[in-house]
Design a protein around this ligand. Structure first.
Ligand code: 7RM
Length: 633
């Protein structure tokens, strides 16, 4: 197993080694895995093209390391512990042996449907064990998975399928989430009706058993394809730098891009970071509440924990069903040792009152984590006191889809914790701050743009089908640096505090979204001339979505019009992108070159109009007053 640091001295020592001799440090970690062929060179890189390769020439299959490798030692240990949406239903567990067999059968079914190494397979599924099984099956045959969060619309799903020309979609019939029943297969059908010609097969998992339409020749039932397969499936030999998966994420411009992760480095770093951040010990039960549709689920529900031989909980439901005590009830029932969730969930549960958490026994918790957005001080203290209760420190983990794994975080019981601080870099991670000109911001108690100056094994390699976009987005702002898009502070002791995005990306309930993406959706409404979207502080969601809209024809019923906008956005992206506030305006404040002054719109949306700066140079200063007067509070 990869190194697990146990003390501050060991952390400091590992950090020093990882900086002085990164190749030696990571080669040592990589040695602990099963390689079909050892690598020739540990690292080859430049941030100019960019071109980053780890463990060059190595051959491996990540599923042999997640599964086969554990069979001798922990074949009968639970690998996946499933907690269904309905709390009255029994848990389902897969031991490592059972998971191995299920993955091999599914892998054989994929092969029988013509899926080969390098093919792309799209997933649109709820949080059921079959999702993890099929993702691993994909990796076993060397196909590239592209998991799309099942809350996205048919349009968003179609966009993603087309961008990566997937051959197959794996979905379920329906999805139970809280009290809702969502027609998953129907959404897939709607998506495929939008020119998704690359799709040859739809593999449908019977989840709820509801009625679905099956298209002959295209749609196949999981149980008919998988159950009869052999449980023996040799793992495809993958090059370290072969693609493992694509995961779409939002940026400040255009459509979401497919972040590409590769086999070798991702394997080494997710295992390493999982073991250190959560200090997982044999026999522990670990639970991350994310959805596998996001990077957190990929790295810290599936790959990291399974690589480390952990017991990982998969939860189908939502935090507030049947009531706001669900998370704590499950922690109590399953005797969870490490719990990992998002600030938006913490804030939502905090608002429901302490009685929902106080009544449960949380004494098994040793570490509690936070991820996805800045955690505010009040939520941090509530989480610390009500959930951590003095025996489970908070790890506020900062990272991104692009980084593949946790980058900056406290290590529980090893480094101290400070509210709102993600604190210290992981071994192997070299963050720096620069100013807007790219000059290094040195010393402590300073603020700047967060960059990383040296490659780490799980960093993105490209954006699918468009390497230039990868270069421009992450590597062109500052020479020889990876730019994260976040601003950060470094305190007097060298701890990092993430302030938030400095670009037009907003973070709504931990869901990353481009304002341009939401604007494009709103603009699909036939009566919208132009729109501008900004984030504003929201008590529960972290950021809410505020849309300014210029209309063509007068609207007699503004509320009805707003509902139409919400419907358009739901159709184009999904319900997570629905604006919280829609203000109809006659114009948008613009510079003389025609750029929307988002700074002003952000201030108005945040009810902070005390200091708007100089607006006299605007093309249309008169609209500022109108925008302020019409602001929705
Ligand atoms: C893992 C994930 C990435 C963006 C990132 C930040 C924000 C994530 C934290 C955080 C403050 C944190 N991937 N972010 N974690 N901000 N503290 N602990 O969320 O690609 O979906 O989002 O999320 O702005 O750039 S992501």
């Amino acid at each position: 197993m990869t190194l697990q640091v146990k003390s501050l001295a060991e952390y400091k020592d590992a950090y020093q080694r990882s900086v002085n001799d990164p190749e030696g440090f990571w080669a040592e970690q990589a040695e602990t895995f099963h390689w079909q062929k050892k690598w020739d060179k540990t690292l080859d890189w430049n941030f100019k093209d960019p071109d980053v390769k780890w463990f060059v020439g190595g051959k491996l299959n990540i599923t042999e390391n997640c599964l086969d490798r554990h069979l001798a030692d922990r074949g009968d240990q639970v690998a996946i512990l499933f907690e269904p949406n309905d709390p009255s239903q029994a848990n389902i567990s897969y031991t490592y042996k059972e998971l191995h067999a299920a993955v091999c059968k599914t892998a054989n079914a994929l092969k029988a449907s013509g899926i080969q190494k390098g093919d792309r397979v799209c997933f649109y599924m709820p949080m059921v064990p079959e999702l993890a099984i099929a993702v691993l099956a994909c990796a076993r045959v060397g196909a590239i998975h592209s998991v799309v969060f099942a809350g996205f619309s048919a349009q968003a799903l179609a966009d993603r399928i087309k961008d990566s020309t997937c051959k197959m979609v794996i979905c379920s019939d329906y999805n139970n989430r809280g009290a809702k029943n969502i027609p998953v297969k129907k959404v897939v059908d709607d998506a495929l009706a939008m020119d998704c010609d690359s799709i040859k097969t739809v593999l449908v998992h019977r989840n709820t058993g509801g009625e679905v339409e099956m298209e002959a020749g295209r749609d196949k039932w999981w149980h008919e394809e998988v159950d009869a397969q052999s449980a023996d499936c040799p793992a495809e030999a993958m090059d370290s730098e072969d693609m493992l998966f694509i995961l779409y994420t939002s940026g400040s411009t255009g459509k979401p891009k497919g972040v590409v992760h590769t086999c070798g480095g991702y394997m080494v770093y997710t295992c390493f970071s999982f073991r250190n951040v959560f200090q997982y010990q044999d026999g522990d039960v670990y639970w991350c509440t994310a959805d596998i549709g996001w990077i957190t689920g990929h790295s810290y529900i599936v790959y990291g924990p399974l690589l480390a031989g952990a017991t990982t909980v998969m939860f189908e439901g939502v935090p507030t069903y049947p009531d706001a005590g669900r998370f704590w009830e499950v922690c109590d029932k399953l005797k969870v040792n490490q719990f990992y969730t998002a600030p938006t969930a913490i804030r939502a549960l905090m608002a429901k009152g302490d009685e929902f958490v106080d009544k449960y026994d949380l004494s098994t918790l040793k570490v509690i984590g936070s991820v996805g957005e800045p955690i505010n001080e009040e939520a941090w203290h509530w989480y610390d006191e009500k959930v951590g209760r003095g025996h489970a420190p908070i790890v506020d983990t900062w990272w991104q889809t692009e980084t593949g794994g946790i980058m900056i975080t406290p290590l529980p019981g090893i480094t101290d914790t400070k509210p709102c601080f993600a604190s210290y870099p992981m071994p192997g991670i070299q963050p720096i701050l620069v100013d807007s000109q790219g000059a290094l911001v040195e010393g402590n108690d300073v603020e700047g743009l967060l960059c990383v100056k040296f490659p780490w094994p799980s960093m993105l390699r490209t954006t699918y089908g468009d390497h230039e976009r990868c270069r421009i987005t992450y590597f062109s702002s500052f020479e020889n640096l990876y730019f994260t898009g976040d601003g950060a502070r470094r305190d007097a002791d060298g701890r990092y505090r993430i302030i938030g995005r400095v670009d037009d990306v907003i973070n709504v309930s931990g869901h990353r979204m481009g304002t341009a993406e939401v604007e494009n959706a709103i603009d699909e409404h036939p009566n919208v001339v132009e729109s501008a979207v900004v984030g504003y502080p929201h008590d529960i969601k972290g950021q809410g979505i505020y849309a300014y809209v210029i209309i063509g024809d007068p609207v007699p019923d503004e509320d009805a019009f707003r509902k139409e906008i919400l419907a358009v956005v739901t159709k184009e992206i999904g319900p997570i992108a629905k604006p919280d506030k829609i203000q109809i305006v006659s114009g948008l404040p613009k510079t003389r070159s025609g750029k929307i002054m988002r700074r002003i719109l952000r201030k108005v949306a945040s009810s902070d109009t005390s200091n708007l700066g100089d607006i006299s140079t605007l093309l249309n200063p008169e609209v500022v007053e109108e925008v302020i007067n019409g602001a929705l509070v």
